[in-house]
Design a protein around this ligand. Sequence first.
Ligand code: URA
Length: 206
Amino acid sequence: MTLHVVAHPLVAHYLTRLRDRDTTPDEFREASDKIITLLLYEATRDLGTRDFRVDTPLETTLGHAIGDRVVAVPILRAGLGLVGPVLELLPHVTVGYIGLERDERTAIASRYYVKLPPDIANKAVMILDPMLATGGTATKAVAIMKEYHPASVRLVCVVAAPEGIQALQAAHPDVQIFTAAQDRELNAQKYILPGLGDYGDRLFGT
Ligand code: URA
């Protein structure tokens, strides 16, 4: 199973704050940071740890540090809003950026900006894109990252549409998806229903 819908009262609470049309951009950013932190708890569950001895004030015991190296890859523009909580929790990550634009006629996503850290091979790639709608962008982003032979690729999103989940799983069955909700469907304009509107607009007040 590659789809993880994180069921937790705190996730449900902050998702509702994000969905509410009356939530202001500053409140939206705060709820976004919190829900991403909660999703990261699940999205990092399988990371390997390095074991070592640590001295407490009283004795020596076994300690653990995150051993796997992680590359966070926000998809421009809305994914930028997800980087903060990742850096808070995993200060050692490196960060790459992918910008994709969709051809309105063919609906095919193509890259207009890719800036990645030098060594991605054998690292865990975490793609950050809050809304998995048609799956076109996520599928393309995963394909770009796979050119660099990472150890694994996972997607952290806030809301996922069935259409996007199906498209991503069909193209990349090895990719794990972590989300707060699987929503009902896309509308004619490819917005997720019930959704929360345009994540980037709500995050940045545009
Ligand atoms: N992107 C968004 O920001 N919202 C949607 O509903 C779909 C794609």
